[in-house]
Design a protein around this ligand. Sequence first.
Ligand code: DC
Length: 220
Amino acid sequence: MKEFIVTVDGPAGSGKSTIAKIIAKKYGFTYLDTGAMYRMIALYALENSIDLEDGSQVEAMLANTKLDIVGNQFFLNGKDVSEEIRTPRVSGVVSPVAAIREVRVKLVELQREISKGKRIILDGRDIGTVVFPNGDVKIFLVASPEERAKRRLREYEEKGVEADYESVLSSIKERDHIDSTRKESPLLKAEDAHEIDSSTMNIDEVVEAISKYIDEKIGE
Ligand code: DC
């Protein structure tokens, strides 16, 4: 089958990655978590004390970061950082890193390269607007900040990462603000995206709603 692109955009904690993984399995699609790519760059910036205001440091950082994705494993310059990129420490710096134009140019190019010729579902913030404006099925997944904070907290608890509700909620609100007001590729619903509010839906219901759009498109 030829290339088929499903894009899932939405704010942090709206359930994008959970849903995208299920859809990928159901349809035999590849899944690409583009947020993890921004997280890898953010981790590098943290570990190497990169001054994000300094263009030449940012340029050197991008030249010195090699990202490899094998299934659900993420390698930064050969080291498996799959766990590390999910910590609150990385979540705390990733939005400013993702707001840098040069960072986005590099990662968008990589996302298109990885997707070439594939049947793939990608989740992120700008996938249906910037990365694949001609995507086959576009989803914009939203949920209230409170519901998203609860979900993130549960994820942290499952992984044994310490966190509390109030700080998770305020970090989510702060990231929403930065992600949707930044100049470079802000979080926006594509005109032709299907908006789904998952606040009061369970996972099966969201999967079903998205499957309907995919089935329709495949049947065309
Ligand atoms: O989905 P996430 O929480 O793992 O994303 C981490 C950060 O990366 C988030 O602050 C927004 C940014 N991001 C982005 O700007 N564009 C994407 N396509 C994916 C993520």
